[in-house]
Design a protein around this ligand. Sequence first.
Ligand code: GRF
Length: 191
Amino acid sequence: MPEQARVGVLISGRGSNLKALIDAQAAADCPYRIALVVSNVEDAPGLDIAREAGIATFAKSHKGIDRAAFDAIVDAELRAHGIEVVALAGYMRKLSTGFVEGWTGRMLNIHPSLLPLYKGLDTHARAIEAGDATHGCSVHLVTAELDGGPVLAQAEIPILPGDTPDTLAARVLVEEHRLYPLALAELVRTL
Ligand code: GRF
């Protein structure tokens, strides 16, 4: 692995985790450099965050394209930019097996729950509904099973009386922004 690993970030939306990953690059000892941001939503707000940071972007809607074919297009872009590690940051697409296998051990995701609890959507509401005392976020390696790969790092926070899914999500998001750059840097250092 060269001095700074070239990272590709896949997004579909607002891009606050992307922003946290970008901001962490300001540290002199940051072991990665985001070299490409890909979005399957052509007007995703996160694309503007990437552009403002001077990072190359590739935006293409998946609509009307077979899943494996779309993933092959994304994969080709990543390879063309010399990407070594892929970070999913609010990428709201299931990935094809071929794509996942091509990035084994080199693709990670951030998920807003204490995995293996609450894979999938609406994690904050589900944690409150269940009466859990704590909630949080996890960074994990991506495997064929949705939100099912090995967990690399977690942050846990209390669920407070009166929490709504929105208030809880906001506090978890603060932890996501702290955790994701650390976990990405740690993974990159092991490659
Ligand atoms: C985050 O909550 C992340 O955990 C989940 O999707 C959301 C993305 O938010 N996978 P953002 O686009 O990074 O702001």
